[in-house]
Design a protein around this ligand. Structure first.
Ligand SMILES: *Cc1c(COP(=O)(O)O)cnc(C)c1O
Length: 232
């Protein structure tokens, strides 16, 4: 494919990879330890396919209704669910997601575990989402609740606690927020050695995330362009 849209996305991807590499080098980290998750929400499945074919095997979506259609049409990528998750959508998400980033309450642990059993699939990797500012709109559990949530996930036998995720608070210093997340991550990995993923960093703050130990960067706008404003 070399239509103009593909060329534009390829150029954006080169810029993003460059930013990631420079941030890694500045932090004394190996860029190979960083996973780029291309967030394709609101963009057509054709754009998801372009990213995949340009060499981005990890794609992220935020709404089940949209994600399940794309995941059915495009089966090559590892689909990441990064949006706020409703209990009644958990069964659907459990069928196609490779990694759910947004587990923040016990009812989601139970609903996802039921979904995995119903789908008869391999155990599902989940991240515990941490609230760094207590804003209920953005989701996330208080840091103090994370160890118990991880234990509950592991106890299901069908969910594997794989790490933590956070969204930096608006109007706060992302370095401070991601440093707080790193402390939660260190505590979690002491209990669950396989839970080393730190999902942090979006288009505007990926450098701060890399400085503070992120392993997974969720990048939308810098790859695909602006989205229509999100209705609240
Ligand atoms: C949309 C979204 C992203 C991508 O954000 P950009 O600023 O467009 O890079 C990352 N994480 C989550 C949870 C999102 O909903």
């Amino acid at each position: 494919m070399s239509d103009p849209r593909t060329e534009q996305i390829a150029a954006n991807l080169a810029d993003v990879r460059d930013r990631i590499e420079q941030a890694a080098r500045a932090a004394g980290r190996d860029p190979a330890g960083l996973t780029l998750v291309g967030v394709t929400k609101t963009f057509p499945v054709q754009d998801a396919r372009r990213l995949y074919e340009l060499g981005v095997p990890d794609l992220g979506e935020a709404r089940d209704q949209e994600a399940r259609v794309k995941a059915a049409e495009l089966t090559g990528p590892r689909w990441h669910f990064v949006g706020r998750l409703q209990r009644n959508k958990a069964g659907s998400v459990a069928a196609y997601a490779a990694l759910v980033h947004t587990v923040d309450r016990p009812e989601l642990v139970r609903a996802l575990a039921n979904g995995v059993r119903r789908a008869g699939r391999e155990p599902l990797d989940v991240l515990l989402q941490v609230s760094l500012d207590g804003d209920p709109d953005r989701g996330g559990a208080p840091a103090a609740d994370v160890p118990a949530l991880a234990d509950e996930a592991a106890a299901t036998g069908v969910l594997r606690p794989a790490g933590v995720m956070a969204i930096a608070p608006i109007d706060a210093d992302p370095d401070e927020a991601f440093a707080a997340l790193a402390a939660v991550a260190a505590r979690l990995v002491a209990d669950h050695p396989g839970a080393g993923i730190v999902s942090a960093g979006m288009s505007g703050d990926l450098e701060a995330a890399v400085r503070n130990g992120a392993t997974h960067l969720r990048i939308g706008t810098a790859l695909l362009g602006g989205r229509p404003p999100h209705p609240r």
